[in-house]
Design a protein. Sequence first.
Length: 257
Amino acid sequence: MATPTLEKQPAADTGHLVTVTFRIRRFDPERSADAYWQDFELRIDPKERVLDGLHQIKWEHDGSLTFRRSCAHGICGSDAMRINGKNRLACKVLIKDIADVKDGVGTKPVVIEAMKGMTVLKDLIVDMDPFFQAYRDMMPFLITSGNEPTRERRQSPRDRERFDDTTKCILCAACTSSCPVFWNDGQYFGPAAIVNAHRFIFDSRDEGGEQRLEILNDRDGVWRCRTIFNCTDACPRGIQVTKAIQEVKQALITRRF
């Protein structure tokens, strides 16, 4: 029997590729205590995502580049980082939208750095433990009393709609790390934690609203918010974060939710 052979694949069409500079803030504590900027020049399709550019750098240029990613489709929130000065998901930002490509060349570099207000562990990876601790402090689970029901806890569409917006949070930390109050004082719970508290405070099936409100009434809670709207602008899911924080403040004042 003849040994099968693979057909030669046609050469890839590179006519649509452009030259783009990725400028990345690097940090490796095992090598130096100081961060530094490093440029990478890529030939890439401008319709690709920033995440694709990072993959190209890691796979073809420098395998030591370190960043988080998982689903790569805007669901997991792992690849949140500062891109051209704004917190974004690298898997949702197209290169053509930020590199200002003209005549096959990106006239502006794609500038990437780790999110602000959090300890940088390496390159684009930050320490998320304090962020998730604030999330856990909000008791992000249904609190009820009495016997366990024999069927699902029913809820009207109207009651569900009351907190629908804040169920969309993917815990990417883009909102929290865009908050100037959080930058100055890492003890502030931050927008993401308050959003997740909101999701249960206004859930008609939950009985832990008062507990969560007392936690948020602390000096590191909702009263630290200065209504700057950075968090709302940064949210990749379009959650009205500032509105949710104001609703929690109102619930603290009126004790109606």
